[in-house]
Design a protein around this ligand. Structure first.
Ligand SMILES: C[S@@+](CC[C@H](N)C(=O)[O-])C[C@H]1O[C@@H](n2cnc3c(N)ncnc32)[C@H](O)[C@@H]1O
Length: 335
């Protein structure tokens, strides 16, 4: 494996200088990405990819890499680094290689059991925070029941809770936070992230916070009603989600394909909305009077989702655009 990755000049070396290694890996990744149409979009970020791999295995930050160009990387580490580079060449994401992804300024553990948190989804968190801020102004109750439906890594609910915990306007309030996912492995990662990221905040005891982690097909096993539901459900059309996976991203189909039936089998539809058609009325049913649901969608099915919200009885239905000006989140209030 080592020999495959390195140019022949390195074959007999037991260690390689960092500067040389950086260039060598970068060149070999660029070559593979340029030759493969499916991976060509990755070309722009090659140097960042290389540095993230090196930082991860050397347990150093990027500045250290730049100031220690003559550092000798030893054989055992080299082997691990080359194996990671080989995986990267197949399109396997950096976040799965390092096991980490930054989202909303927080560090989330990720594995191929969960979707890698996307920058677009930060809007969902911001809208959730705005909803809670206006709740304070409008004198909503001191106990807030919040649900992160389809939690995956937990990035949405955890970032929302973290922001409220660090905002003194929310001091003295109580939060009950329920995370729901149908995948046992994903829910395990939600729990690990929530405990690691939020427990240290919880110790400050500014806000009382209770967690619930529920393994459930949408709301089937979930008890009670909520003041706020935030959700990033699978919403990619069936054919498009199968196409996306061809670039080696290795994300779970379960997290992408919106055209699945209750039993998890593919549905006939190909608009990404089969699961959302089930989810929207359930959200209405599970909200307290005056409660809000905010749902991430595709730019291609946001308007249809908004129609489904209206059909279910939601008031003040509106669509929010993301930073790229794309229709991204649909919100509605239970009247
Ligand atoms: C698009 S991912 C979102 C993950 C995370 N919230 C985020 O924003 O990165 C969708 C998640 O929904 C979960 N899921 C799929 N079908 C579900 C269902 N019927 N009930 C509950 N969760 C489901 C998947 O396991 C996946 O973790």
């Amino acid at each position: 494996m080592v020999v495959e990755v390195l140019e022949t000049t390195f074959k007999d070396f037991f260690s390689v200088k960092l500067q040389l290694l950086r260039k060598q890996i970068s060149d070999s990744l660029k070559k593979v990405f340029a030759e493969n149409e499916l991976l060509s979009v990755q070309l722009d970020s090659v140097q960042l990819d290389v540095d993230l791999i090196l930082c991860h295995f050397l347990k150093k930050d990027r500045t250290w890499l730049l100031f220690n160009r003559d550092f000798e990387v030893e054989e055992t580490l080299l082997k691990e680094i080359y194996e990671a580079v080989e995986k990267r060449k197949t399109g396997f994401p950096i976040a799965y290689i390092t096991g980490h992804k930054e989202f909303f300024g927080l560090d989330f553990n990720v594995s191929p059991d969960v979707l890698i948190p996307k920058p677009d989804t930060e809007l969902l968190v911001e809208l959730g925070i705005r909803n809670e801020e206006s709740g304070i102004k409008n004198g909503s109750g001191n106990v807030r029941r919040i649900c992160d439906m389809c939690s995956g890594s937990g990035c949405v609910g955890i970032s929302l809770a973290w922001s409220l915990l660090n905002d003194e306007r929310f001091n003295g309030r109580k939060m009950e936070l329920t995370f729901v996912d149908v995948s046992e492995k994903a829910l395990k990662i939600t729990k690990e992230n929530a405990e690691r990221i939020l427990n240290c905040e919880k110790n400050q005891e500014k806000i009382e916070i209770d967690f619930n982690f529920v393994l459930s097909n949408l709301f089937d096993n979930v008890e009670g009603k909520f003041d706020l539901i935030v959700t990033n459900p699978p919403y990619v059309p069936r054919s498009q989600s199968l196409e996306l996976l061809k670039d080696g991203r290795s994300e779970p189909l379960l997290a992408l394909n919106g055209d699945v039936q209750k039993n998890g089998e593919f549905s006939e539809s190909d608009d990404g909305l089969f699961l959302i058609r089930r989810l929207v009325p359930q959200c209405y049913e599970r909200l307290n009077h005056g409660g809000t649901v905010i749902m991430e969608t595709g730019e291609y099915n946001a308007e249809e989702t908004a129609e489904l919200f209206k059909l279910a009885g939601f008031k003040d239905v509106h669509i929010e655009k993301d930073l790229n000006g794309m229709l991204r989140d649909v919100a509605g209030r239970k009247g």
